[in-house]
Design a protein around this ligand. Structure first.
Ligand code: HMG
Ligand code: MG
Length: 304
């Protein structure tokens, strides 16, 4: 079986990773984290979210974070945008690429963005039209593609229908997302078969959470399918505040360890990402879940 020789990693740690932290992470710590991720060689970093601060207080400093980071040429610095108010804030912050975020299940859509799927598509049409007219790129997330915390099974054909609607809005890529980390490798091809009937494979990314320890196995299934873009969060931070049971994203360190071991290039330094994760020590009140970090960064006595 031929696997891709090179993949793109979308580093979502500063957004998906930190959005779920209970304690306030200082803006300066976020900036240091992002600058270290840039230094590690990341080409795409999701910096923050211009969402309602009432809904996700941790992302309230999106403007200040964008103002504080050092942008490296060749790296794309992106942010979530839920509506026209968010688009205006993103534009003012000098953001060139945004991401909209819809869901494949109704209940999650309503819990996460207070809109039905249909209403959200109408909102995102206005966002995409405004963004694309001024030369911004727009990515489209699609949540609950492998299961919903409220509805359980989500039919793959339903996933494909909403993915096609996102593509129609003009997104350059659809991030097929396992919001609560329920997917297993058998489901990857099943869902991608439906999605790629409507969205060309090169425009499909996988966004995996590792709640049940299946994320790396799912990456392998994705590679075998021909997917070449994967999202991950440094340290394995993460979770969605509106998805009960969602835990960390696939850890970037664990993903890099596997990909580099298989001879697949990413352009990202594993040790650089480890250093970036370490900048968060002192700003978060728990250990980072990345298996690679736990195996290599804890003292032997702690490991026992
Ligand atoms: P709403 O309450 O229905 O709308 O929220 P609203 O227009 O009534 O807004 C409420 C208040 O927020 C108002 O303030 C607005 O002005 C303000 P008030 O009048 O009460 O003082 N507001 C804003 N302020 C700043 N920036 C904005 C903005 N919009 C409204 N952009 C809304 C609807 C969509 C805004 C809200 O539900 C929201 O922000 N939701 C975001 C939730 C979120 O961020 N979830 C996590 C990210 S998604 C995720 O993690 C999944 C993903 O990783 C993929 C996967 O794993 O599945 C992407
Ligand atoms: Mg996510």
């Amino acid at each position: 079986m031929t696997l891709p020789t090179r993949v793109t990693i979308v580093e979502v740690g500063p957004r998906d990773g930190l959005q779920n932290e209970r304690g306030v992470v200082p803006t300066t710590a976020k900036i240091a984290f992002i600058d270290a991720l840039s230094a590690a060689g990341h080409k795409v970093i999701e910096v923050s979210a211009f969402v309602s601060p009432k809904w996700v207080p941790q992302m309230a400093d999106a403007t200040e974070v964008f103002a504080g980071i050092t942008r490296r040429s060749g790296t794309r610095y992106t942010a979530l945008v839920p509506n026209l108010a968010g688009l205006a804030r993103a534009r003012d912050a000098g953001v060139a690429e945004i991401a909209i975020f819809a869901a494949a299940s109704e209940t999650f859509s309503q819990r996460n963005i207070n809109q039905t799927i249909g209403e959200s598509i109408a909102t995102y049409k206005a966002v995409c039209d405004g963004a694309l007219a001024t030369g911004m790129r727009v990515r489209g997330y699609l949540s609950t593609c492998f299961g919903c915390p409220f509805e359980g099974h989500v039919p793959p054909v339903r996933v494909a229908e909403v993915a096609a609607r996102l593509l129609d809005l003009g997104v350059f890529e659809v991030a097929v997302s396992d919001t609560i980390g329920v997917a297993h490798p058998g489901q990857i091809a099943q869902v991608l078969d439906e999605v790629t009937a409507r969205v060309p494979l090169p425009q499909v990314a996988l966004h995996l959470h590792d709640t049940r320890g299946t994320a790396l196995a799912n990456v392998l299934a994705g590679l075998q399918y021909g997917v070449t873009t994967f999202d991950s969060a440094a340290g394995g931070l993460g979770g969605c505040p509106y998805a009960p049971g969602a835990s960390g994203n696939l850890a970037t360190e664990d993903l890099l360890y596997m990909l580099h071991g298989m001879g697949i290039e990413t352009g990202v330094s594993l040790e650089g990402v480890v250093a970036a994760s370490q900048t968060l020590r002192g700003s978060i009140d728990h250990a980072l879940p990345s298996r690679y970090l736990q195996a290599t960064q804890t003292a032997p006595r702690e490991r026992r």
